[in-house]
Each structure stands twice: as structure tokens, then as C-alpha cells.
Design a protein around this ligand. Structure first.
Ligand SMILES: Nc1ncnc2c1ncn2[C@@H]1O[C@H](COP(=O)(O)OP(=O)(O)OP(=O)(O)O)[C@@H](O)[C@H]1O
Length: 323
């Protein structure tokens, strides 16, 4: 994908490192007696990629819809680009580009025509940005094909080009990697990182842990409407504690033997002899080894590993299940 920058950027530069573009305070949304979002206090740092992570039904889309003023919170507040919602909605949204669910286009028109139609209702300089934006999202070669012939990944990128017509400081993308093939995911990741590199903030909702870990700087993990962890990706993964990968002849029995020595133990799907454990505080790897050997389990290998965001996520959500 071309790395061309938008030629006529009018990106306001008031955001500095350390400032935030979105803050929610006690944000809550209830549908009848179902709480979709519960007392959410969120801070999205400026000039970063922020991942909103959570399984289906966690409340990600509801949160985004409240942030954009598409649905009214039951209680709590939203400050978007420094402006209180809903009073400041019109001014705030002028600085925000969003794709909630799949982007919609005139399918019988080409990518270029779709952008020209969208540019016509924006500021006078917007039509001049269409060509560089098509280049920017890697669609120059397909610009004159009908959108009905575009893949989902191409439509997602065209959607981002349309958002960029108004040169937003904040982009909010709901599940932008959904349904994309590995090449499409990689292109999307590069596009998001390049938007951050030029000073924008990109908030991405996703249930794809691995992608959030690779793409985002900061992450908020939502589960059943509640914020269960928030912070830099590396820190959240690290907070998961030490993990040890064990290769032995009977991982199933090892889980039982190690019950009192670990806070988490899970077998690895498709790996007959593999087990991943998080030792309890104060328990050494040597003790884990001794317990298994004393129980007659043949231990072939014990290896400390770096926890991933996925490990951390599974650990947090399974702990919640157990409650
Ligand atoms: N308009 C609505 N009326 C009733 N319940 C709703 C409505 N919108 C969302 N919900 C419920 O709120 C909860 C959160 O849904 P939401 O769509 O925000 O989750 P999500 O994290 O975006 O999940 P997904 O990835 O599946 O879209 C779910 O239990 C959902 O059924």
C-alpha cells in the first residue's frame, strides 16, 4: 500500500502527548433490565491507536454509539475532543470520522465517484483530496471499478478514505478487521499505524486479541459492559504474571497435581503434550517441576514464556466466569 500522505492536511495540532481525545465518566447504558455498558470511566490518549477489546456482546458498539451521540446514555458523561456531549456534539463530530458496522456506499458507482459524492458536501477543498486519498488507502488501481466489485477489505479502506476527507483528529472504527483475509488485516494494520504516525488518534473495536496486540498502543478490555483492564498493551500482557510452558506425558493429570501451585493452568488445543500454567505468587518453577515429578509425571521441558494479551484476556475472563 502506498505511504502517500494527505497533501492538504489541516489537522489541528493542539493535542500533545499526554492529552486525551475522549473521556467517559460513569458512562452507563441500560436496555430494559439489561446493562450493555456499566459505569465506564475511559480515557483515550491522543495520537495513539486505542483498542476496545471484548467478546461479542461486551458493549463495544453501544459505547461507540454513545460516544458519537447516536444513542443516549442512561447516565454518565462523555467528553469528545474536549467538548461535553451532547451540547458540543456538532463541533466535536466535525473532528471525528467513524465507521460503525460496515461502511455503506453507492454500489453502482466507482470508488472515485463515491468519494467525489461525499466530498461535494464537505468543504471546498475536499474534492482535491480524493486522488491523494485513493492513493493513500491503496485503491488507485481500482478507483474506477464499481464498489459492487470491491472486496470487504477494499470497502473498509474506501470507508477510511471517506472519513479522511474531513481530515479528522479522531477515527473510530468498529471491528475494521472483521471478515478480512490475512493480507487485508495486514493492510488495515499498516493503514491504522500510518494514521497514528501523522498525529491522529484511532480507536478500534475488535474481538481479535492478536490484532489489537499488534496494532494498538493502549487497550481497554470490556466484558459484559464492564471495564476489566485498561492500559498500555505491553503492561496489560505483563500484568498476567509469569507463565510457564510445560511439555509432559500427561497434561490433564498435571492440571490436577498442580492445583495448589498455580493460579491458572490450561492445556493448548491441538497440542497433546503441552500445558501453560501461571504459578501462584511465591511458587518457583522448580517447585512446579518437583510436584509433577513426585506425582510420576514425565516432564520433558519447562520453559518460562512471555504472557500475551490473549493469555491475560483469557485469565481475566475465566476468573470472572468462576465467580
Ligand atoms: N438496541 C438494543 N436493544 C436491546 N439490547 C441491546 C441493544 N443494543 C445492544 N444491546 C445489548 O447490549 C449488549 C452489548 O451489545 P453491543 O452490540 O454493544 O456489544 P459488542 O461488544 O459490540 O458485541 P458485538 O461484537 O457482538 O457487536 C448485548 O447484550 C446486546 O444484546
Amino acid at each position: 500500500m502506498a505511504a502517500t500522505r494527505i497533501v492538504t492536511s489541516v489537522l489541528p495540532m493542539e493535542e500533545t502527548h499526554g492529552s486525551t481525545v475522549l473521556e467517559t465518566d460513569g458512562l452507563t447504558k441500560r436496555f430494559g433490565d439489561r446493562t450493555a455498558v456499566a459505569r465506564l470511566d475511559l480515557q483515550v490518549p491522543a495520537r495513539s491507536a486505542f483498542g476496545l477489546l471484548g467478546p461479542n456482546g461486551a458493549g463495544k458498539t453501544t459505547l461507540i454509539r454513545m460516544v458519537l451521540g447516536l444513542t443516549r446514555p442512561t447516565s454518565g458523561t462523555v467528553r469528545l475532543l474536549g467538548l461535553t456531549m451532547p451540547e458540543g456534539r456538532a463541533s466535536a463530530l466535525a473532528g471525528v470520522g467513524a465507521i460503525v458496522e460496515e461502511p455503506r456506499f453507492h454500489l453502482h458507482l466507482t470508488g472515485r465517484e463515491n468519494l467525489m459524492v461525499a466530498a461535494a458536501v464537505r468543504d471546498a477543498s475536499a474534492p482535491g483530496r480524493v486522488v491523494p486519498l485513493l492513493e493513500r488507502v491503496g485503491l488507485t488501481a481500482r478507483a474506477d471499478d464499481r464498489v459492487s466489485d470491491y472486496s470487504l477489505g477494499m470497502r473498509q479502506r474506501l470507508g477510511i478514505a471517506r472519513c479522511l476527507l474531513s481530515d479528522p483528529r479522531l477515527l473510530i472504527l468498529d471491528e475494521p478487521m472483521n471478515g478480512l483475509d490475512p493480507a487485508g488485516i495486514l493492510e488495515m494494520r499498516h493503514l491504522i499505524r500510518s494514521l497514528v504516525d501523522e498525529g491522529r488518534t484511532v480507536m478500534v473495536s475488535s474481538h481479535l486479541l492478536d490484532e489489537v496486540e499488534k496494532t494498538c498502543d493502549t487497550v481497554a478490555i470490556l466484558d459484559r459492559g464492564r471495564l476489566i483492564a485498561e492500559g498500555p498493551v505491553a503492561q496489560i500482557a505483563r500484568d498476567g504474571g509469569r507463565q510457564v510452558l510445560i511439555v509432559c506425558d500427561d497434561p490433564g493429570r498435571a492440571v490436577t497435581v498442580l492445583r495448589r501451585h498455580v493460579v491458572d493452568a490450561r492445556t493448548v488445543p491441538g497440542e497433546e503434550y503441552l500445558l501453560k500454567v501461571t504459578p501462584a505468587p511465591g511458587v518457583t518453577v522448580a517447585e512446579v517441576n518437583r510436584s509433577m515429578v513426585e506425582a510420576g509425571i514425565a516432564v520433558e521441558r519447562l520453559e518460562p514464556v512471555r504472557a500475551t494479551l490473549e493469555d491475560r484476556f483469557l485469565e481475566i475472563t475465566s476468573r470472572l466466569e468462576a465467580k
